[in-house]
Design a protein around this ligand. Structure first.
Ligand code: HEC
Ligand code: HEC
Ligand code: HEC
Ligand code: HEC
Ligand code: HEC
Ligand code: HEC
Ligand code: HEC
Ligand code: HEC
Ligand code: HEC
Length: 333
């Protein structure tokens, strides 16, 4: 609503002058429309309707009513957006305007008088959007919870926005309307996360994989090594980082030539998941190394990782402190 609406005052003044000389607006107006089924019985009734100001929208045309059934009243702009704009801020001034708003079809979603739904919506929020958008398109095995709840407007403005698709925020700013920002900050931040590109790994409406992931990423802590289990990571990283026992190129996680990714991951039975060490978003230590290993139920083992020019050191609950160095291999006790 406009905070100040001189237009309304002027319009009201003109109305009174032209049609209502000395009449008390509210009650009188309602009773004068008493033949019509009441337009103000539902829980959400448009304020001017509730106040009986029928004539603020239905302007007498001069024809005698109710003698003349049709044409005694006219709606500004045939009841389209011009009428609504007499009292409301325009909703088509931003860069991206929703189709029906752009075409002035406010009544596609709102009832001008009343409704069982908040904001006089024609359908409850969970169904409103599916009047025009295909519901099937949103049926995924793992839908994003707000989609499952029918909360499309948690992310989309129903009218307009300066962000494409009428989104309520750009990149990560959209996500942190509901998710904790702390998850995406730290000493090391995964590059796509730093770029606000959540979309690189997650499909916002939903996916066939858990966690809205675009590619498979195993939930388990231990599993036989198989690059399909980490299809997500290997969509961008070279899967060879865990292929060879000895290497001088495939990974920086090596002691001399000894590939330490291989040692942890590449096992027939109990290979470890990337998540044992890496957080996919951000971490308080270098190289996305999580501060704590999750996966042993409630027991979360702390890891302390320090990086050096040519290697690093890990202090972990599950083994003695160990160091690695790519140039001068360390002899760990
Ligand atoms: C905010 C503007 C507005 C106000 C105030 C308003 N109307 Fe309407 N009315 C409309 C519009 C727009 C239409 C045509 C579109 C539609 O049917 O929803 C309409 C249609 C109607 C119709 C014909 C269709 C139907 O729904 O039966 C009647 C009768 C009517 N209004 C009566 C009233 C009465 C009585 C009041 C006062 C209690 C009132 N209106 C107040 C905007 C308004
Ligand atoms: C005569 C003035 C007037 C006209 C014309 C008018 N409105 Fe309103 N409308 C109001 C007032 C007053 C409110 C109450 C605002 C408030 O409480 O802040 C309101 C509130 C609303 C709300 C919010 C209801 C809620 O519960 O949040 C919607 C939606 C709305 N109007 C839609 C429309 C549409 C669509 C049209 C055009 C068909 C329209 N209005 C035309 C005066 C008008
Ligand atoms: C695609 C459906 C849709 C269309 C078309 C639409 N609205 Fe809305 N409108 C909504 C929804 C949904 C809400 C409730 C928003 C919320 O609760 O976050 C809303 C809320 C409102 C409100 C109250 C809150 C606010 O943003 O001020 C007004 C006033 C309003 N609409 C006016 C209009 C007018 C005027 C038009 C035509 C220019 C229009 N709407 C077209 C869906 C629509
Ligand atoms: C009255 C029909 C109607 C309703 C109801 C409706 N939409 Fe739309 N929507 C459209 C039309 C028409 C377009 C424009 C399609 C195009 O340009 O291809 C559109 C486009 C969109 C777009 C942008 C698509 C793009 O490619 O830019 C989004 C996002 C969207 N709608 C979301 C919603 C949401 C969320 C709701 C419920 C609050 C909703 N729509 C309800 C008719 C509707
Ligand atoms: C968690 C935020 C979020 C929610 C909730 C959400 N959307 Fe979207 N929507 C997006 C984002 C982000 C895009 C941009 C394209 C993309 O990432 O897929 C988008 C794009 C769209 C588009 C245009 C592109 C396309 O896929 O056709 C439409 C239409 C759309 N959404 C409708 C809806 C409807 C309808 C709902 C409710 C069922 C909904 N959205 C709920 C975030 C959301
Ligand atoms: C309107 C609120 C809202 C917005 C905005 C939102 N989410 Fe969510 N999201 C939720 C809720 C609620 C859950 C379920 C509870 C939880 O995990 O926090 C969830 C869960 C998730 C999950 C875990 C799903 C699972 O199956 O465990 C992912 C991944 C996710 N959101 C990603 C995103 C991304 C990426 C964005 C931005 C594009 C985003 N969310 C924006 C509300 C939102
Ligand atoms: C490089 C891929 C990648 C990117 C980019 C990414 N995520 Fe994730 N996200 C994941 C993975 C993998 C998981 C599942 C973690 C697990 O199962 O341990 C996840 C899980 C989540 C969860 C659920 C967390 C939980 O504990 O249930 C949310 C919420 C989430 N991501 C939001 C986001 C947001 C917001 C962004 C953008 C800032 C983003 N993600 C960017 C890979 C990514
Ligand atoms: C969308 C592409 C993408 C996906 C998917 C992806 N990453 Fe990355 N990752 C990158 C980019 C880009 C870099 C930065 C590379 C560089 O700077 O050379 C990076 C860097 C890293 C780094 C080094 C971080 C540092 O601070 O130097 C680690 C560790 C990492 N990713 C682990 C993973 C894991 C684990 C997964 C799967 C959960 C994954 N990535 C999935 C794009 C991706
Ligand atoms: C035992 C802990 C551990 C596990 C498990 C682990 N990583 Fe790493 N990773 C590291 C460490 C430590 C580094 C830092 C190496 C350096 O730069 O000194 C690293 C570095 C990386 C890098 C940066 C490039 C490189 O190879 O040096 C990527 C990408 C990466 N890991 C991806 C993965 C993926 C994908 C998985 C799962 C398939 C995985 N990691 C499993 C500890 C681990």
């Amino acid at each position: 609503m406009k905070r100040f609406f001189p237009g309304m005052i002027i319009a009201g003044y003109l109305l009174v002058l032209t049609f209502g000389m000395g009449r008390t607006a509210g009650a009188a107006a309602v009773s004068s429309c008493g033949c019509h089924p009441t337009k103000a019985e539902k829980q959400y009734t448009h304020k001017p309707v509730r106040q009986g100001e029928c004539e603020s929208c239905h302007r007498p045309s001069g024809e005698k009513h109710p003698k003349v059934k049709k044409g005694a009243f006219v709606l500004t702009d045939n009841g389209k957006v011009g009428l609504c704009n007499e009292c409301h801020e325009r909703k088509d001034t931003m860069k991206y305007v929703h189709g029906p708003v752009g075409s002035g079809d406010c009544l596609a979603c709102h009832d001008a008088h009343q409704s069982e739904n908040k904001s006089q919506l024609r359908e409850p929020p969970a169904r409103l959007c599916f009047m025009c958008h295909e519901k099937k398109q949103f049926d995924r095995k793992h839908p994003h919870p707000p989609i499952a709840d029918g909360n499309c407007t948690g992310c989309h403005d129903p009218h307009e926005s300066n962000v494409k698709y009428m989104l309520k925020g750009e990149g990560v700013n959209l996500c942190i309307l509901c998710h904790d920002k702390a998850m995406f900050s730290g000493k090391s931040i995964h590059k796509p996360v730093g770029q606000g590109d959540c979309n690189a790994c997650h499909a916002t409406h939903g996916t066939e994989n858990p966690r809205l992931l675009r590619n498979f990423y195993a939930d388990e802590f231990y599993m036989p090594f198989n690059k399909g289990n980490f299809a997500l990571c290997f969509g961008c990283h070279n899967n060879q980082l865990a292929d060879d026992k000895l290497t001088d190129v495939q990974t920086g996680f090596r002691n001399g030539l000894e590939n330490i990714h291989f040692i942890h991951i590449n096992k027939l039975e109990k290979g470890r998941s990337c998540k044992v060490c890496h957080d996919p978003h951000a971490a308080s230590q270098q190289r996305l190394i999580s501060a704590k290993i999750s996966g042993f139920g409630r027991w979360r083992i702390p890891i302390r990782y320090t990086k050096t020019e040519t290697g690093g050191t890990c202090v972990v609950g599950c083994h003695k402190p160990k160091s690695y160095d790519r140039i001068n291999a360390v002899n760990n006790p």
